[in-house]
Design a protein around this ligand. Structure first.
Ligand SMILES: Cc1ncc(COP(=O)(O)O)c(C=O)c1O
Length: 470
């Protein structure tokens, strides 16, 4: 019997790695032992249960409890993650042809949501902090200028926090968005835990967001794929959101997933909150200790960068001088059994949650100390990221659904892209469907390829072709 997925998972389980990545449960139980209930509670809409698509009983009650805890007017469970939640939220607050204002470094669910809901896109750019080589926050003033000039923009979408835990001045942004009569949708995929500590950045709902989508699974103890859509104001038509929820979600919503959301919320109302408080203290201590290690450094902010309004301490962004991010991450994984969330050319990201324990932090600190001592200095590459955004000549959805042809990259100069071309890291698209492919971009892509940077979006046998509008 061949079971390749299970075989690999079993090997990983036996290794018992230290998790500094999602999901937030870190392989641990909270209020219940899942092994006592699985697979028996994996059921469907049998009598006595409820229906996520028209909740009248236990699901309705459970969502209402979540709304109360997170401070929403109403909450809907998304068992297709924040990706599905974003599609639903976007569909619920727009009509096809509407324009949305998004960050260029938005998650791809925003781009895909714009295609599915047939929305025009206008960009704002997160600040690229050259001193540290990372994208930071958004200047509220830029949003105001865009809204003043362009009456067609209906929705502003903010990523809060970003992957590194950096938070823009959301209260100010919410005020501006409302001053101009628009709606603020917040992608708070990485910030569900903010609601449970005043040591963390202000939760988006509290800061005035109209609608917020959170991956509960990323930073709180629930199963992967479990998210919540919170409606925060009367600017959002909740009935339309429910219609969109039915359109985008499976007709067989998993009770395991919904229960997992409920258990996570219940846990956070009691013991979880205390555990988070303790871990925030441990992370502070860890940050101080890493900073004392020669060559090692943790990013906690940059006073000169006014787009950084707050920083989520649970996202530990660190580096060791003279060791590239991928090399450091590999050393931690192979020699210390520590798995991280992400690495880029310079940095590594350890995503901690309340479910990490004291031992995890201690082992991470000791590993960094040892690596800094034994791995010799090597000059590391720094890659410029602030490449100009190409001109948009066609709405993203029109280019995406157009007749296409496949060309070599050089032949595509001057043509309209029908593809996303995205280097990882940092996962910010260089070209989106509907944008003109310029010579400068093609040269930059060549430069990235020379540096062996993974670029997603090419097709063909050798991944050498790009799709353009025919
Ligand atoms: C900023 C951001 N938004 C949305 C998503 C999608 O979240 P999910 O994995 O819950 O679908 C992610 C996932 O990594 C993300 O980083």
């Amino acid at each position: 019997m061949e079971t390749p997925i299970f075989d690999e998972l079993r090997k990983l389980k036996d290794k018992n790695p230290i998790s500094f990545h999602t999901p937030g449960h870190k392989g641990k139980n909270t209020l219940i032992s899942w092994e006592d209930f699985i697979p028996q509670i994996d059921i469907t809409e049998i009598p006595g249960m409820d229906n996520l698509h028209d909740p009248k009983g236990i699901i309705k009650e459970s969502q209402a409890l979540a709304a109360k805890t997170f401070g929403a007017k109403e909450t809907i469970y998304s068992i297709n993650g924040t990706t599905g939640g974003i599609y639903i939220a976007l569909g619920g607050i727009t009509n096809p042809g509407d324009k949305i204002l998004i960050q260029r470094d938005s998650h791809k669910s925003i781009y895909n949501g714009a295609i599915l809901n047939r929305l025009d896109i206008e960009y704002i750019h997160s600040n690229y902090n050259k001193s540290y080589g990372i994208f930071t926050g958004v200047d509220p003033y830029i949003i105001e200028e865009k809204l003043k000039k362009d009456q067609k923009i209906k929705i502003v979408i903010l990523k809060y926090p970003n992957y590194y835990g950096i938070c823009s001045n959301i209260k100010r942004i919410a005020k501006i968005v409302h001053k101009y009569g628009r709606i603020l949708l917040v992608d708070e995929a990485h910030g569900s835990h903010f609601a449970f500590s005043d040591q963390l950045p202000t939760p988006a709902l509290k800061a005035g967001a109209d609608i917020v989508v959170q991956s509960i699974h990323k930073t709180l103890p629930s199963f992967t794929q479990t998210s919540m859509i919170h409606v925060g104001s009367n600017r959002v038509d909740i009935e339309k959101i429910k219609t969109m929820s039915s359109l985008y979600q499976t007709t067989s919503p998993s009770y395991l997933f919904m229960t997992s959301l409920e258990i996570a919320r219940g846990y956070m109302e009691g013991e979880g909150r205390l555990r988070l408080k303790k871990n925030i203290e441990l992370i502070r201590e860890l940050t101080n200790q890493i900073d004392k290690i020669s060559r090692a450094y943790v990013f906690t902010g940059d006073e000169r960068d006014k787009t950084i309004f707050d920083k989520d301490i649970t996202k530990i962004l660190f580096k060791i001088d003279g060791i590239s991010g991928p090399k450091l991450s590999k050393a931690l994984r192979e020699n210390y059994n520590i798995y991280l969330e992400m690495e880029d050319y310079q940095y590594c990201l350890a995503l901690a949650s309340l479910m990490n324990d004291e031992r995890d932090f201690r082992i991470l600190m000791e590993a960094i100390k040892e690596i800094a001592k034994i791995i010799v200095y090597e000059k590391t590459d720094s890659i410029p990221m602030d490449i100009p955004t190409p001109e948009i000549v066609l709405p993203i959805y029109k280019a995406f659904y157009s007749n296409k042809k496949r060309l070599d990259l050089k032949e595509a100069i001057g043509k309209t892209s029908a593809s996303f071309i995205t280097p990882y890291p940092p996962g910010v698209p260089l070209i989106c469907p509907g944008e003109i492919i310029t010579e400068e971009l093609v040269e930059y892509i060549g430069f990235l390829i020379d540096k062996s940077i993974e670029i997603v979006g090419f097709i063909g046998y050798n991944k050498e072709k790009i799709e353009v509008v025919d």
